[in-house]
Each structure stands twice: as structure tokens, then as C-alpha cells.
Design a protein around this ligand. Structure first.
Ligand SMILES: *Cc1c(COP(=O)(O)O)cnc(C)c1O
Length: 226
């Protein structure tokens, strides 16, 4: 386990790419091992799991939520989460803003964009994303900062297809940068790339990769944490 970590971390550093270690299903001990090697950004996809781990790890860990977030669970992560990658509605943004105010924080978020041709993945279409950004309500959400986009490519060996999906997301980010200027929209983060496709993602402009199995080892389904 973690044999690859140092090498991958260096690879990312050389390219100025942020590495989020996706620790879902892995025990706290595995996170601690990476923490001791200097890793600070960790990501989880479930609210209960991120809460359970957050209280067992040092306070300078930057927790990223990468999974789908239900509005009724925002209150649980609002006190500590450093970046929410998976915002896909105005209602969710409003709820996040409300709880950010309660916690006297500015919450950084990414909009999750649907780029794969799989039915199971969450996210906004390009059209939905643009109409969301046009909503006047967003300007008033002083405790929200939309700092970029997140996307997951189709799970396939077809490299061309994956590359095309990533290219499309990068283009969207660039377009939004040009069109939308608002105090709380600053499109600087492009979260794309997982264990199987992060090199392609970085070639296509990603500056934040979300890596689980390639650094922690195969995910074992028998570990049931919650
Ligand atoms: C699990 C997960 C990852 C990491 O997946 P690996 O294939 O293990 O690298 C990245 N992003 C999201 C949204 C995930 O749920």
C-alpha cells in the first residue's frame, strides 16, 4: 500500500496539479500514513464517513467532499469541509450558503458537470450549468465561492473518448471564465482525473486530480465503516 504515493505526488507537484487523496472505504490508519508523508488534501464521497474520519484526524487536514450531497446533510459538513466538488443545483447552493453563514465561513465549491455517457453519474449539463450561473440569486450568496468545475469521464478503455470528454470540460471552464464575472465566481479549479485516467486529464488541463486506488491500493468492499 502507498508504494506509489511519493512518485505520484512528485508527478503532480512537477505539473502544479493538486492531489486529492480519495480515502473512501480506507481506514483512518491509511490516511494517517499519508498524512505523515505530508499529504493534506483528502476526499470522501459520503457525509457520514467524512464526519467520522474528520474527528479522528488533525485539524489541518483539508477535507474535500466529492460525492453527491443531499440538502438535508449540508449542515453536517458545513463546519469543516474545505471544498465541495459536487454542487449540481441552485437549491443546494442556497443551503450551503445558509450553513456557511451560520458557521461564519466562506464555502468553496465546484459545480459538477455531467460529461460521461453513463446514466448513473450526477451533474449538470452544459446548458444547466450556464443557466445556473446566470441566476441573480448567486450574486447574493456572499458565503459561497464557486471556484471551478468537476467532472468524471466515462469508465472506458477508449482513451480518445475520455480525452474528448475532458477537453470539453476544460473548454467550458475557459468559456465561463470569459463570460461570467461575479465576486463569488472565480473559475480557477478544474477537478478531473481519477486513478484510471488522471494522466489524460492533466494533459487536457486538469489542475486537481482525485486519486483513490492508485495510491491506497485496491478498494476492498468488505470494509464497512458505517
Ligand atoms: C472514488 C472516487 C474517486 C477515486 O476513484 P479511484 O478510481 O479509486 O481513483 C474520484 N472521484 C470520485 C467522485 C470518487 O467517488
Amino acid at each position: 500500500m502507498q508504494n506509489n504515493f511519493k512518485e505520484i505526488k512528485n508527478w503532480c507537484d512537477e505539473r502544479k496539479v493538486n492531489l486529492v487523496a480519495i480515502s473512501k472505504t480506507y481506514p483512518v490508519e491509511s490516511i494517517t500514513l499519508l498524512y505523515k508523508q505530508g499529504q493534506r488534501m483528502f476526499g470522501e464521497n459520503k457525509v457520514q464517513e467524512i464526519m467520522m474520519k474528520e474527528c479522528q484526524l488533525p485539524t489541518d487536514v483539508q477535507w474535500h467532499l466529492v460525492g453527491h450531497l443531499q440538502t438535508n446533510k449540508v449542515k453536517f459538513v458545513a463546519p469543516f469541509v474545505s471544498l465541495i466538488h459536487s454542487v449540481d443545483s441552485l437549491k443546494l447552493l442556497q443551503e450551503i450558503n445558509k450553513h456557511a453563514i451560520k458557521n461564519s465561513r466562506v464555502q468553496n465549491v465546484l459545480l459538477q458537470i455531467f460529461i460521461a455517457d453513463e446514466k448513473t453519474k450526477f451533474g449538470l449539463s452544459e446548458e444547466e450549468c450556464f443557466s445556473l450561473l446566470e441566476r441573480k440569486e448567486i450574486n447574493k450568496m456572499k458565503n459561497i465561492r464557486i471556484e471551478g468545475l468537476m467532472g468524471m469521464a466515462t469508465n472506458t478503455n477508449d482513451e480518445k473518448k475520455v480525452r474528448k470528454e475532458f477537453k470539453g470540460l476544460k473548454k467550458m471552464l475557459d468559456t465561463i471564465k470569459k463570460i461570467y464575472s461575479s465576486e463569488n465566481i472565480e473559475m480557477k479549479t478544474l477537478s478531473m482525473g481519477m486513478s484510471s485516467d488522471y494522466k489524460i486529464a492533466v494533459e487536457e488541463g486538469s489542475n486537481m486530480v482525485r486519486l483513490g486506488s492508485v495510491i491506497f491500493g485496491e478498494r476492498k468492499t468488505y470494509i464497512s465503516l458505517i
